[in-house]
Design a protein around this ligand. Sequence first.
Ligand code: SF4
Length: 335
Amino acid sequence: MGKIGFTTTVPVEVILAAGLIPADLNNIFITGADPGDVVDRAETLGFPRTTCGWIKGIYLSAKEAGITDVVAVTQGDCSNTHALMELWQADGMNIMPFAYPYDRDRDLLRLQMRKLMDALGTSEEKTDKVFRELAPLRTKLKRVDEMTWKDGNVTGAENHLWLVSASDFDGDRDDFEARLDAFLKEAEKRETAPTGRPGAGLPAVRLGYIGVPPIFTDIYETAARSGAHVVYNEVQRQFSMPHDTDNLYEQYARYTYPYDVFGRIRDIKEEIKLRRIDGIIHYCQSFCFRAIEDLIVRRELKLPVLTIEGDRPGPVDARTRIRLEGFVEMLRDMK
Ligand code: SF4
């Protein structure tokens, strides 16, 4: 084992403590040379058209990256994971299941994390040491987030990229931190983020983005061109583990994404208030079970919500762009 792939955010401290390289398969897929082609080729292999693009993408991306060992999150992420791990197993790969307990049961979570430590050949002491070493890096990621919503000198796209990459630190935490330091230094010198339509002189509408990270490649740019500033990326922020705790297990118990939607909604409501958000984009992936949760999101959030759906990697389609522009226009009129 050298590189350990994983299907969604897992306790990365365990992988690092084992001296292994973390590889978020979603990041490998979407930052590859041609993710659209990967999806096409997965369909040629036999994946149904009506399967989520991320699943098709990570299946083939893992194999083509030569990854042989994968931590697959069997509870708390995706309804497709069981079939995906079976497919990888049939291909001869080594699969290690990991389950986030639905009810955040601390004992079960600790047991799962300890089983992962055993599977990867590390200990609780070593993992805890890495947890403490990562604290300054996680504080810097919090600063990126704060500069997005408070200071206005980090764009929604930059916020997305830094926070979503915190699941595996792009495979090299030292290099990641050095690049992050340089970014913060440069961004601190900026006056404001390019949030509005150039020359339009309109106040930026403040948007929140909730749901899984987008398969669209330019959604933040599209929002910015419409005069909106995305000041909150819900799940990406959760990937960066912004929770104030000095306990490794508690960090993963407070992580909202893998548990019930109500914990996520509590977090979203707090951030809407703190960040003075005007409207929410709820991103749903085509064929994803999480789209059902849109019903609860709309019932619970007392501000305008635009639900958009993405299928394959690529730019925002014309219909979604027009809906997004209209939504921003409406929010601007409401201000
Ligand atoms: S978007 Fe939904 S269906 Fe697709 S991988 Fe994520 S959780 Fe699974």
